[in-house]
Write a protein that binds this ligand. Sequence first.
Ligand code: BEZ
Length: 203
Amino acid sequence: MPPWPTRIPNVIHMLRVRDESIGGDNPYRWEQKTTHEIVGRGKNIIFSLPGAFTPTCSTYQLPDFEKLFPEFQAQGVENIFCVSVNDAFVMNCWAKDQGLNNVQVIPDGSNLFTSSMGMDVKKDNLGFGIRSWRYAIVIDNLEITASFIEPGYRDNADDDPYSVSSPQNILAYLKGENYEGGGRGRQLNLKLEDGVDSKATIG
Ligand code: BEZ
């Protein structure tokens, strides 16, 4: 596992973008963009989850970030991005299904960003292959200023905790209210205490 980065990784994302000049019923083309091009400067949030269309992600995490976007803006957040180890077709379809206007989806189908964050896990127990552990980060000018990593990071987990990476918890942090911590140090302690994750190293 790489050390927790202080700056977000910069990898290639394969996007599907609408281009009316193509014409026809399906006017989309491929566009490659780097993470830094997509995220840009300023105060932003990235949250990452195990899969598009999965129940907790679709019922709580993504719609709540979408709904609470104005409250994040009031705290100086400019953009909120949702990353998943899914391809651009799936991520675009999920964004459409969710009626997103505020949260922007970032496909990470080849696990380039997620593995650079050290947050990739095997989910073969569910037939998912490699996916992202659930976490969120606050970013300022591409630097990670706060991390909210769900406890119990491990391969083939039989649960998918969802608390510290919720928009409600991150808003509490941004407002200077009581919030639940979920930084990398705490996460490593949990893993070492659990003794379940042989990948765990202190970077
Ligand atoms: C969920 O978000 O509910 C979920 C995530 C991964 C696997 C199964 C369910």
